[in-house]
Design a protein around this ligand. Sequence first.
Ligand code: FMN
Length: 160
Amino acid sequence: MFATGVTIVTARGPDGAPVGLTASSFNSVALTPPLVLWSMAHQTSSLPVFNQCTHYAIHVLTVQQRELAERFATRGIDRWAGVAWQPSAQGVPLIEGVAAVFECANRSQYVEGDHTIFVGQVEHCSHRPDASPLLYHGGMFYTEHPLGRLSPTVARPLHK
Ligand SMILES: Cc1cc2nc3c(=O)[nH]c(=O)nc-3n(C[C@H](O)[C@H](O)[C@H](O)COP(=O)(O)O)c2cc1C
């Protein structure tokens, strides 16, 4: 019952090939230094790449990218076919047209049960303020339905 956004996390494998997967487990951790987290199931084929890589990128998807969200969670296909991307300064594939991107150093990993929690240190980030988010809730995709701004008297999380 917890609604989330949807991200695609990308990295470059040791053979130079781009890898990526859809992840809704993304969240913010800290502002100083800027840290974010996401978690990956151990059965995921790209786990060894993310265990080893120095950098990865977390892309926050727009409502127009639902097909991309499903594609990067589908096995046995070329996920990158026809996807517009550019390498970052560290060679990480950056997908174009997303709502936001966090370029992260692969700071720490915590094995917990059948998942590994990755904590990334954000080195660069950018966003499109006009983008409508892709949301995920109970096995369904949604987009925003604004209810109004947070009251100014409410203590909000510093990083959200
Ligand atoms: C909306 C959505 C959210 C997902 N979130 C996660 C996640 O946070 N962590 C994870 O390990 N897998 C998540 N998955 C599943 C992975 O995307 C999927 O298991 C992975 O792409 C399989 O990769 P593989 O074929 O390389 O093993 C999610 C899938 C969808 C559709």
